[in-house]
Every structure is written in structure tokens, then in C-alpha cells.
Design a protein around this ligand. Structure first.
Ligand SMILES: Cc1cc2nc3c(=O)[nH]c(=O)nc-3n(C[C@H](O)[C@H](O)[C@H](O)COP(=O)(O)OP(=O)(O)OC[C@H]3O[C@@H](n4cnc5c(N)ncnc54)[C@H](O)[C@@H]3O)c2cc1C
Ligand code: SF4
Ligand code: SF4
Ligand code: SF4
Length: 415
């Protein structure tokens, strides 16, 4: 019954985030990730119910988890959830910083956790062997593996399928993932004492939107480099003061598009479940990390939420591997205004209009005035690009002009 419930109540109702938790907790390997969706092999299912119970797609009781993790009710009025402190942080080692998405805080924290013996392995995401355009989660066990897995991958990935391996290996683990993956992990940890013992610290990335694989295919097509000729693909390659999508061809050709230039693709290729997501900053992690866009050259914004998160960050600051200065919620709101208003302040618009919606166990904020108008407009754009006609129109969009508009909007927001 349970796997059928997962199919009917979550996967079949556009509530699956693709986090991979169900695959990671299934004791018989009855679940797998195929063509961007969870597939159930009913022959192998023993009806244990673990998958459905750990799934964050249909419900994630925020207040319950806030009380458990922070010993206080969910901070419903705050766009960042419950937290203690916010800092701008960057890696002191130039190689770590240059190879990362923002300031390299996540990579450096993971290296420090490993090298001080606090953990034996780190959950990270790397390119698949022989396929530079495909990615998978794995347990990184040394500095080199962590460095190779740096940078954001803007594509839906069932990262939590790694829970199977975490259970098998008798190792202390640091987990890095997106807000929905963290929610799935928290649910799985509640139900499984082995996972609770193994996982020492949970780090979330901020997540405004994620994108279907089609977005990557679109960028590859526009680059003019044939898929089979790609040697390396990265979504956040650093170039001078910029960071962006980069392709290196086997024949020496390359392609670069600044990050803010392809942000518009979120509107076209975000899966519907991402429209229903009410967690921008990884509200149920020990530490959450995003971009501090106001700092040129790359800087990570770190939100400390728990005591353990504070200790992990403080240890790296004291060792001098990370350098930091105080930041604030206002700074996040100012430099990430559109995405935070969309995600945290106008969620009521989508909750009222979409045929299915997750149960977050909290009262959603009600949008008003200018913000409400912005939320409605964005919802209409999302709906348009989700139609067959919209998808066709998207393929014809002139990349250079769209990139210019997209980058100009972001510049206006930051400055
Ligand atoms: C889909 C997505 C959306 C994001 N949206 C925002 C946003 O709206 N605003 C914002 O400020 N920041 C956002 N971020 C976070 C931002 O891109 C950086 O990851 C963050 O600033 C940390 O930078 P860093 O230099 O400290 O991390 P790095 O040192 O580069 O380390 C990044 C770590 O994250 C892991 N990782 C990368 N991609 C994934 C993935 N898809 N799933 C799980 N783990 C992964 C890597 O393996 C690595 O360990 C997003 C990231 C992703 C993947
Ligand atoms: S656990 Fe995650 S991947 Fe599995 S059905 Fe639920 S939301 Fe989808
Ligand atoms: S065996 Fe259990 S966890 Fe696996 S699919 Fe069946 S009900 Fe879900
Ligand atoms: S927007 Fe939400 S549901 Fe979508 S990938 Fe990000 S955290 Fe997951």
C-alpha cells in the first residue's frame, strides 16, 4: 500500500521534489530514479511504508521540526526561518575560493570537518564518470574529492538516494543539500536511529528555484558545442569578477554565460513542485549557505541556526581557513529581493491557485499590494512557460537579449 500511496499522493500529484529520500530509505531497492522521476518496482516492495513516511513532498510540518531542532516555534513571520547569526564568509585559500560557487564556505567547512576528524565523509555532488553533463551524489572521503565536487549544480538530482550508502558505511557524515533534500533527511533521521547517529552536521544551500535537465540542454544547444564534444560543464565557473555557466569542448572551444544572464531560465524550466516550495534558505539545517552578491569576486552568506552549526563555523574561523564578517537579514532581502518575495511572501497566491499543494503545518503569509501584483505576474509567466506553446516559444528566445535583460534586472537589485 505504501509505495502505491507514494505514487498516488505524491508523484502523481506534482508534489515530488525529486529529493531521493524515498529511494535512500527503501530497504529492498524497490525505488529508483529514471528519466527525472521516481519509479516503483512493485515486485520488490514489501509494503514497509518507510518511503511514504520519510517523503517531504506532500507534507513537512515546519512548526514541529522547528521545535525539535531549535526548541522554539517556527518563526513564521521571518523569511529566513529560525536563526542565530548571519555572516559573509570566504575561504582564505584562493584555490578553494576560485573553484567554488560563491566564497567557498561550504567546500572549506567540509574540508575542515574532515581534516579535524569531526566526520569521516561528506555528502557532495560530482559529475558522473564518462558523462560531464550528468551528476550524482556520493560520499567524499578526502580533500581532493571535496574540491572536485565544489560549485552548484542547477538541476534536479535525487541526492538523498545516498542514504542507503550512509546506512551501510559505519562513518560519521556531514550532509550538504538543498532545502527539500534537508527536509527529507530530517524526516528520515526522525525515523531511523542509525541515520541520526551517523549524520553529525547538516548544511543547506539556499534555493530560489531549481531546473529540469531541459534547461541544461537548452544552454548546451545555444553554446554551439555538440554534447559529445563536451569535456567539462560547470554552472558556476569563475571568470574575473563573474561566475557563470561554462562549457569546455574537447577541441579547445569554450562557452561562458554569466549566472545572472541565465537566471531567466528558472521561469521556464522550474518544475511545478518548486513553485510550491516555501523554504528559500534551508530553514531546517544547522548552517545555510547562499550567495552574498554585494561582494564582488565571490562570497558566501552563512546563516547559523543551531549550536552545532555555530561550533562548526567558529572552528573554521578560528583556524583561519575561513574569513568572515557580520551580515544581516536586511542584506539578504536587499540583494535577493525578487526571489525572497516570490518564495516567502507570495506563496499564498500559488497555494490558492494550484490544484495540489504541500501541507507545511503553518499559516502561510498573505500577500498584499505591490508584492501581490508581482507574485501574480510571476505566476502567470510560470504558467505560460509550462504550456506546450510556451515551451516552444522558450526554445526560440534569443539568448543574448534575454541574458542582457536578466543580468540588468539583477544588477538593479544588488546596487
Ligand atoms: C539549485 C540551486 C539553487 C540555488 N539558489 C540560490 C539562491 O536563490 N540564492 C542564493 O543565494 N544561493 C542559491 N544557491 C546556492 C549557491 O549557488 C551556492 O551553492 C552557495 O552560495 C554556496 O556557495 P559556496 O561557494 O559556499 O559552495 P561551494 O564551496 O561551491 O560548495 C557547494 C557544495 O554544494 C554541493 N552541491 C552543489 N549542487 C548541489 C545540488 N544540486 N544538490 C545538493 N548539493 C549540491 C556541492 O557538491 C558542494 O559540496 C543555489 C544552489 C543550487 C544548487
Ligand atoms: S521522497 Fe522525495 S523523491 Fe521520493 S517521492 Fe517524496 S519528494 Fe519525491
Ligand atoms: S519496500 Fe517499503 S520503502 Fe520500499 S517501496 Fe515498498 S513501502 Fe516503500
Ligand atoms: S525550489 Fe524547493 S523543491 Fe525546488 S529544488 Fe529548491 S528546495 Fe527543492
Amino acid at each position: 500500500m505504501a509505495a502505491i500511496e507514494l505514487e498516488r499522493k505524491v508523484i502523481g500529484r506534482e508534489l515530488c521534489t525529486g529529493c531521493g529520500t524515498c529511494i535512500g530509505v527503501c530497504p529492498t531497492g524497490a525505488l529508483s530514479w529514471e528519466k527525472g522521476a521516481v519509479r516503483v518496482d512493485h515486485e520488490r516492495c514489501i509494503q514497509c511504508g518507510k518511503c511514504y513516511r520519510a517523503c517531504p513532498g506532500e507534507s513537512f510540518p515546519m512548526d514541529l521540526y522547528a521545535k525539535e531542532l531549535f526548541s522554539e516555534p517556527y518563526a513564521a513571520g521571518d523569511i529566513l526561518g529560525n536563526y542565530r547569526r548571519i555572516l559573509n564568509v570566504w575561504a582564505a585559500d584562493g584555490n578553494v575560493k576560485d573553484g567554488s560557487a560563491s566564497g567557498g564556505a561550504v567546500t572549506q567547512l567540509c574540508i575542515d570537518l574532515l581534516e579535524t576528524g569531526a566526520v569521516d565523509g561528506v555528502v557532495a555532488v560530482r559529475a558522473k564518470a564518462g558523462n560531464p553533463c550528468g551528476f550524482e551524489s556520493f560520499i567524499a572521503g578526502n580533500r581532493q574529492e571535496i574540491l572536485e565536487a565544489a560549485q552548484s549544480k542547477y538541476v534536479i538530482l535525487p541526492v538523498n538516494e545516498i542514504l542507503v550508502k550512509i546506512r551501510e558505511a559505519d562513518k560519521k557524515i556531514a550532509f550538504v543539500g538543498l532545502p527539500c533534500q534537508v527536509q527529507g533527511l530530517r524526516k528520515a533521521m526522525t525515523q531511523d536511529s542509525v541515520l541520526r547517529d551517523r549524520i553529525q552536521v547538516v548544511i543547506s544551500l539556499f534555493c530560489g528555484f531549481n531546473m529540469e535537465e531541459a534547461a541544461t540542454r537548452y544552454l548546451i544547444k545555444k553554446s554551439g558545442i555538440a554534447g559529445e564534444n563536451i569535456k567539462r560543464l560547470s554552472y558556476r565557473q569563475k571568470r574575473a569578477d563573474e561566475t557563470g555557466f561554462f562549457l569546455a569542448g574537447k577541441d579547445g572551444k569554450s562557452f561562458f554565460l554569466p549566472k545572472h544572464g541565465y537566471t531567466f531560465l528558472n521561469l521556464i524550466y522550474a518544475p511545478k513542485r518548486c513553485w510550491k516550495c516555501f523554504d528559500y534558505s534551508g530553514e531546517f539545517a544547522d548552517l545555510s549557505v547562499g550567495d552574498a552578491w554585494e561582494e564582488p569576486g565571490g562570497c558566501s552568506r552563512v546563516i547559523v541556526r543551531t549550536k552545532i552549526g555555530g561550533q562548526v563555523l567558529e572552528s573554521s574561523l578560528q583556524r583561519g581557513t575561513l574569513i568572515g564578517k557580520e551580515s544581516s537579514a536586511e542584506q539578504i532581502q536587499k540583494t535577493q529581493k525578487m526571489v525572497t518575495v516570490y518564495k516567502k511572501k507570495t506563496i499564498d497566491i500559488r497555494a490558492a491557485r494550484m490544484s495540489t499543494f504541500p501541507d507545511y503545518g503553518v499559516k502561510l503569509p498573505q500577500s498584499r499590494g505591490k508584492e501581490r501584483r508581482f507574485g501574480c505576474m510571476l505566476y502567470l509567466i510560470l504558467c505560460f512557460f509550462h504550456t506546450a506553446f510556451g515551451r516552444m516559444a522558450a526554445r526560440l528566445l534569443p539568448l543574448k537579449s534575454m541574458a542582457r535583460i536578466s543580468a540588468r534586472l539583477k544588477r538593479k537589485e544588488i546596487h
